[in-house]
Design a protein around this ligand. Structure first.
Ligand code: LER
Ligand code: MN
Length: 286
């Protein structure tokens, strides 16, 4: 038997908000263990409603968070950096109150912010300091943070496993690790499985996305090698299918979804989950 991986699906497949368009019962029936919800502003989350929905549907939950407009942990403006720190502390506290144990996403810079140059040393230092300052909030919430490198068209700050490993090692907190997304690594890594192997025990979360953000298993991501590597490194976190329905203003432009990615968005979640489970079971019989 291999590690006990959990299968999840990001609700941005259906909606940018936690609303009734998300088929929670079907998600459970289709054999998924949990959902991942977008958290742009902690105030948008009604903790009681979320907890009730999770317990009624018997699903677990993770948060995927990005920096909302006006927030930037590596801004040149110290006041913006301070406000951004407070913002993330609130997101973490909200996770704690909701019983959510993992917050993941590109924490370090807004998605789509491209200043037209490389990152500089000040930004690196501000980024490291920012994540170190979240440690107490993470401890209080009994939560972990998974930092997600993005492809070069969505961020200039962290694109590769190698850089993210260096960043996370400098932060030096056991509660802070890496979210590695097959979509971004398909663009940035020489080998996606090698990227996962390099992350090793720092890997705290996985976004399972086909190369076109369509149905996992219908494109050219080599899922047998990816899941084989996850088994090999003893990964026992979430495998969360992520896609976007193109109508979420905070992410539509940044993630550049300008067409339908599947016949129905349900297929991305449910056909994708069935496919990934089949590959994972096979890998674990090997
Ligand atoms: C965006 O491209 C992405 O992969 C998400 O996880 C949220 O930033
Ligand atoms: Mn992702």
């Amino acid at each position: 038997m291999g590690a006990a991986m959990k299968f999840g699906v990001n609700t941005m497949i259906w909606s940018g908000a936690f609303d009734s368009s998300i088929p929670l019962d079907k998600i459970k029936q289709e054999g998924l263990d949990g959902i991942e919800i977008p958290v742009f502003d902690a105030k948008d989350i009604d903790i009681a409603v979320l907890k009730r929905a999770l317990s009624d549907s018997d699903l677990e939950c993770t948060f995927c968070s990005v920096n909302p407009p006006g927030k930037n942990p590596i801004s040149e403006d110290a006041a913006v950096r301070a406000e951004t720190l407070e913002h993330w502390k609130q997101v973490i506290a909200t996770a704690g109150e909701a019983g959510v144990r993992l917050i993941a996403g590109p924490t370090y810079s807004p998605v789509g912010h491209l200043p037209g140059r490389r990152r500089n040393d000040d930004e690196w230092k501000w980024g490291v300091d920012f994540h170190r300052q979240l440690d107490t909030a993470l401890q209080d919430a009994d939560a972990e943070l998974a930092i997600e490198p993005l492809n070069r068209f969505e961020t200039y700050f962290l694109n590769t496993a190698e850089d993210t490993i260096r960043f996370v090692d400098e932060i030096g907190s056991p509660r802070v690790g890496i979210l590695f997304d097959t979509f971004h690594s398909n663009i940035e890594e020489k080998s996606i499985p090698r990227g996962y192997q390099m992350c090793g025990s720092r890997l705290k979360h996985v976004h399972a996305c086909e190369n076109d953000r369509g149905v996992p298993g219908t494109g050219h991501v080599d899922w047998i090698s990816v899941l084989g590597t996850l088994r090999q490194i003893g990964y026992d976190g979430w495998l969360t299918i992520e896609s976007f329905n193109g109508t979420i203003p905070q992410l539509a432009a940044a993630t550049a979804i300008w067409r339908d990615l599947a016949e129905s968005m349900d297929d991305i979640a449910f056909e994708g989950a069935a496919f990934l489970k089949r590959v994972w079971e096979k890998e674990n019989q090997a």
